[in-house]
Structure formats: C-alpha cells, structure tokens
Design a protein around this ligand. Structure first.
Ligand code: GLN
Length: 198
C-alpha cells in the first residue's frame, strides 16, 4: 500500500512514523511518500492531511494544483485521515475566509475553539471503534460544529465533536500522530482497505 502524507507544511514526520508503525503492527508493507507537488496523489491508496496552519496548507494545495487531486481521491472513496489543520482544510466551512477549504467533510469548524491562552492540553477520550480511551493531544485545536447527516461523530470533548467519519474520510481535531498510539491511523486508513479487499 502506498500512503501519501501531504507535506506542504506541518507535522509531517510524525504522520510518516505513525503510518509506518501502524503498518508494522499489522504486518503490512507500507510505502510512505511525502507530497509537495502535483502528480503524486493519484498513485496513493490512502492520504494523510497533517496539522499545522490551515491557511498556509490550503493555499499551497490550491497553488500547486494538489487540491483537485485530493478531491478526486475523495470522489473515488479512497481513505483520507485529516488531523487538526488537515480537518479544517477538508471541512465544508472553516468559518474563516483565509482558509481555502476542500469541502470534503460536511462539517463546519471553529478554529482555535478551545482557547488561545491554553494552547494545548491532553485528554483520554472515548472513540467509537476503539476498545480503550485514546490519549488525545489538542494544540490550538478546532471544534467541529454543525455536522451534516452523513457524518458520524466518533468522539466529543466538552460536549463538542472532535472526531468524525464520513464515508472513507476520518477527521480529528487532535493529533494522534504525536503519541505512540497508532490505533487511529489503523482505524482510518488500514481497516477500510482491508474491508474493501475482503
Ligand atoms: N490553529 C491551527 C489552524 O487553525 C491548527 C492547529 C494545529 O493543526 N495544531 O490552522
């Protein structure tokens, strides 16, 4: 399987490590490529959209012609795992004109929803599909509002959705790649492929 990590900005190396770790644990060969130019996404089975700065990431994706390739990947129902800024970029409505969203997930998001002063916190949260709580790291994280009817909420914090799934796309407001726990990479990327093969 070939996994593409959108690498225009943000915490790319951590996602590369997490997807390699998930592959190792499942005994599956994974070829991980970092994507900075157009022409690579079409060869990928799954995509990861890291956290970082959603304004920068979204504009670069449009400028480099990568955005329409991600849209085609989503149209083909191939898995995408989008975290934090990646989730904002994938949303239908980032509620901020500086973000050039892709509109792949039928959610509105509020950037920096958990406060600017307290930039980061960690919480063990229950996630639908995982047996044990997940150690979720929130860094200037968005909250998810206004979830469309095709969107399943997988986890909430302070009563607000922070992990969702719609078809082959999973989005989290937090950073699963910053822990040693690759269960969400497994759930978002490997399980759908295994199900498609079965
Ligand atoms: N606050 C950032 C944004 O709005 C997201 C932060 C992150 O990805 N950790 O783009």
């Amino acid at each position: 399987m070939r996994a593409g990590v959108i690498a225009v900005q943000g915490d790319v190396a951590e996602h590369v490590a997490a997807v390699e770790q998930a592959g190792e644990r499942l005994g599956q060969d994974v070829d991980v490529v970092e994507i900075r130019d157009a022409g690579v996404v079409p060869d990928c089975d799954v995509l990861l959209m890291p956290g970082g700065e959603s304004t920068t990431i979204s504009r670069t994706l449009q400028r480099e012609g990568i955005a329409p390739e991600i849209e085609a990947h989503a149209d083909a129902d191939k898995p995408i795992f989008a975290t934090c800024a990646g989730l904002i970029v994938c949303s239908r409505d980032p509620q901020d004109d500086r973000v050039q969203e892709l509109g792949l997930l039928d959610v509105a998001v509020e950037r920096n929803a958990f406060g600017r002063q307290k930039h980061s916190f960690e919480a063990a949260i229950d996630v639908t599909g995982l047996d044990e709580p997940f150690p979720a790291v929130f860094i200037r994280a968005p909250a998810i509002d206004d979830v469309g009817e095709d969107v399943e909420v997988l986890a909430t914090v302070q009563g607000r959705p922070v992990a969702v799934r719609q078809g082959a796309i999973v989005g989290t407001a937090f950073h699963p790649e910053l822990t040693d726990d690759a269960r969400l990479h497994d759930l978002a990327l490997f399980e759908p492929l295994a199900a498609a093969d079965a």
